[in-house]
Design a protein around this ligand. Structure first.
Ligand code: PMV
Length: 333
């Protein structure tokens, strides 16, 4: 049996990180230049149920049964077996690799989960819907930090720009009908920014000064609503201004850092339309909205200002049907 491979993109949050955990809307886009890949190979010489997991980047080489309940990759696989009602899967090897830097705000955890879930399901002869993949990946996200909004697993499973509102009992997920192609330059501070830490710090800040933080969350939510209009209408100048405003709010939440601030300033000085940290902050990545012909120059400016790595990514305009307002609206986990 040939090996089965599945990949998943990274992601960037355009507007609304952190506030999205508190029920405000946020917008995220897939970043196709960085990817996670999962490869599944049958191991017919082993007994059914014997599954081996390998992830060289984290020096993981273990049998599934030896991994604890809360191990993210093990949890992803167990979730697939449960979803498909398979008690004893045939023996296989699963190997995971990624070009997405870890703990950097680019969704590496969710991308690894999505790729592993898709490859495993396909190996078992089933193709899962995006909604199912997202829901299973969300269960894994909870192991990284207790209160994930669900935006990472959603944008990565759907691979489309999404307007996302965390809700109870259901999230609102709308695929944005992008009116005009746009380009982002992404700069990596090279400093890890673990999501659990900054999300925890924002929670502490909110508990200590609820009114202050709720004002910041509401302001970020208002920016996300306006940014959606800019994306649909193709008003990139205004979108850039909204990203700058979002950066100020994130600074007030305490999740930016001197390295992120330096890269944001470098991008703006080099002519970006807007720039902000993206993801949990505290380190990790920033994004700059750029004119396509300026992208390489701005990426260079980011590297001169200390970015360890840079990427340039474009988000395509919606195809014809979607331009007519037929954006997919989904309510799901
Ligand atoms: O984990 P990251 O850095 O890719 O971004 C998560 C975005 C947050 O809003 C900070 C947390 C969340 O669960 O939405």
């Amino acid at each position: 049996m040939p090996a089965i491979s599945a990949t998943a993109p990274g992601k960037a949050i355009l507007v609304g990180e952190h506030a999205v955990v508190y029920g405000q809307p946020a917008i995220a886009v897939p970043v196709e230049q960085v990817r996670a890949r999962a490869i599944v190979k049958a191991a017919p010489d082993r007994a059914a149920g014997e599954i081996r997991l390998q992830a060289p980047a984290i020096e993981l080489d273990a049998r599934l049964e030896d991994l604890p309940e809360n191990h993210p990759l093990a949890a992803a696989l167990r979730g697939v077996f449960k979803e498909l009602g398979i008690a004893r899967p045939p023996a296989f090897d699963l190997r995971v690799t990624a070009t997405i830097p870890a703990a950097a705000g680019l969704g590496s955890g969710a991308a690894v989960s999505v790729a592993a879930i898709r490859a495993t399901a396909e190996f078992l002869g089933r193709r899962l819907a995006d909604e199912q993949v997202s829901r299973l990946a969300y269960e894994v996200e909870k192991l990284y930090h207790g209160t994930p909004s669900g935006i990472d697993n959603t944008v990565i499973a759907y691979r489309r720009p999404v307007y996302f509102v965390r809700g109870s009992p259901q999230n609102l997920i709308e695929i944005i009908s992008v009116g005009r192609m746009f380009t982002l330059a992404i700069g990596d501070t090279g400093i890890p920014g673990p999501t659990a830490i900054t999300v925890g710090e924002v929670r502490q800040g909110w508990q200590a000064r609820p009114e202050h933080y709720e004002r910041l969350f509401a302001a970020a939510g208002a920016l996300a609503r306006r940014a959606r209009g800019c994306l649909e209408g193709g008003d990139l100048e205004e979108l850039g201004r909204l990203m700058n405003e979002n950066q100020v709010i994130l600074e007030k939440m305490g999740v930016s850092s001197p390295d992120l601030d330096r890269l944001v300033q470098a991008a703006l000085q080099a002519g970006a339309l807007g720039a902000k940290l993206s993801g949990a902050g505290g380190g990790g990545n920033m994004i700059a909205l750029v004119e396509p012909d300026q992208a390489e120059r701005i990426a260079q400016a980011l590297r001169r200002a200390g970015a360890r790595q840079t990427w340039i990514t474009t988000i395509a305009a919606a195809s014809k049907g979607e331009e007519n307002g037929e954006s997919r609206i989904q309510r799901g986990a």
